[in-house]
Design a protein around this ligand. Sequence first.
Ligand code: CA
Ligand code: CA
Ligand code: CA
Length: 367
Amino acid sequence: MTAWKIAVGLLFAFVSSAHAAPLQVMSWNVENLFDTADDADNPQDDTYLPLAVKQQRGQAHIDHCNELNPGGGFFRDQCLQLDWSDAVYQTKLTRIIDVLFSMGSLPDILVLPETENKQVVDDLVAKLPAGSFPTVVALDSSDEPISRGIDVAIISKLPLVGSPIAHKVNFAGDSDECGATRDIVEATFALPNGDPLTVLGVHLPSQGNPQECRIRVFQQLSDISAGKGPGALVLTAGDFNFDCTELTSALYDRLTQRGNWYLSPVITASCNAPGSSKFLDGLTSWNTWSYLDQILVSPGLSATQPSVMNWFADLGSFQTVVVHAQQIMVDKQDKGFVEPRRFDPKTGLGVTDHWPVLVRLLNRRGS
Ligand SMILES: [Ca+2]
Ligand SMILES: [Ca+2]
Ligand SMILES: [Ca+2]
């Protein structure tokens, strides 16, 4: 090898080592990831019990389901009939793991709305090679029983800085109509160069709640981010539950601008695919796609803002993560219209009704 080839090789090695590898941040609503054990403090988890346990309880369980679902319908039937056995639970966990493995490399930070407690997150992580996610944030703090008792968890390859915080949502003047919702979970991680990255994991009130409820959470989220100071590296990820009609309106533009959030324009582009979730057969939402799931970043992580910090979010990398056949299904008439495939406890097929979203963090400066 000639001297210049060695020199070029050394230079290349220097340049590549000076640039840290890209980090993948992902958010994935895993849809009702409940364990099979009865949380005595939460009447709402009784839907997710083995059928044998429900039958053993007899009339008491039937009365309980009627009480929880006075309107009857799907949710009462599910409370009565769903067989959430250990085999079903293990299959659901395996479906999630299959998707993560199919990514090729696991995300560096994974935000998981709809996890019942720390146990389910530990069970999930235990199905991966040891050490895959050394950091597990699962505070199990959200209100029960008004909300379902599901929380936002965050797992990561990165170490924590300080202790995670669960922020109770303050609905202020809208408290009566908004009731209770999931806490905003704040966790700060040490990036590979030591810079702190604050992640705010969220799961805003669903479309079954008035828009004001989502706006209140969003504003609180923006206040928490602003409190980190100018230039701080903050990102928020999770299920925002704004549908595409809201996302494409001036409302969302104002909310994100006033909150100082930067986001991929694809999120607010339209009600057509792509999206992370599909609405079916509603009067106003027929086959529309929405990025219910989002990852937004502070000015400190924006490529378009000056920063002394070395990390930025490449918002062009924002994308859905659809890497496994079990994430996809077609319409009931088999015409071929695609939608995310929710987990079916009877067949063990499907994963969740949301597709994950992902964004990559990169270095601004090589050294
Ligand atoms: Ca449970
Ligand atoms: Ca219970
Ligand atoms: Ca819980």
